[in-house]
Design a protein around this ligand. Structure first.
Ligand code: HEC
Length: 113
């Protein structure tokens, strides 16, 4: 009986972990990447109002709205961040894939509920 209970708890912790693994990036690590590389355009709180935003057209995305123009899946955002788009610079040679996953996780937290 004890054995069964132990294996049940192992199974449930695996399920829990894989649920967490679904969100790939670490938002705390992503905040550092964001503050250093993205805030000057996308704004300190992600409202699209960074210091450089006024000069840009189209405007940097406002992450507090949680809406995206070129697809909202993690893969879509990762591709756009890697390759850039118009005034949005490409980050593929600056940031590691893990940094990009982390910064996406952070951007997701900026959405106002
Ligand atoms: C030089 C200013 C600038 C910097 C720096 C910048 N961006 Fe952007 N970003 C933009 C602009 C402008 C757009 C809007 C592009 C468009 O609408 O075609 C944009 C759009 C986006 C989008 C929205 C894509 C969509 O489908 O709507 C994401 C996500 C994004 N940027 C992430 C980032 C991340 C992450 C960083 C930092 C690693 C970053 N940006 C740094 C200017 C910038």
């Amino acid at each position: 009986m004890k054995k069964i209970l132990i294996s049940l708890s192992v199974i449930s912790s695996i399920t829990l972990l894989s649920g967490l693994a679904f969100a790939k990036g670490d938002p705390k690590a992503g905040k550092k990447v964001y503050d250093q590389n993205c805030a000057m355009c996308h704004g300190p709180k992600g409202a699209g109002d960074g210091a450089a935003a006024a000069a840009l057209n189209p405007k940097p995305r406002n992450f507090t709205e949680g809406k995206f123009k070129y697809g909202s899946k993690d893969e879509d955002l990762a591709k756009l961040i890697k390759n850039g788009k118009g005034p949005m610079p490409p980050w593929g040679s600056v940031l590691k894939p893990a940094d990009i996953d982390n910064v996406i996780a952070y951007i997701r937290t900026l959405k106002k509920k």
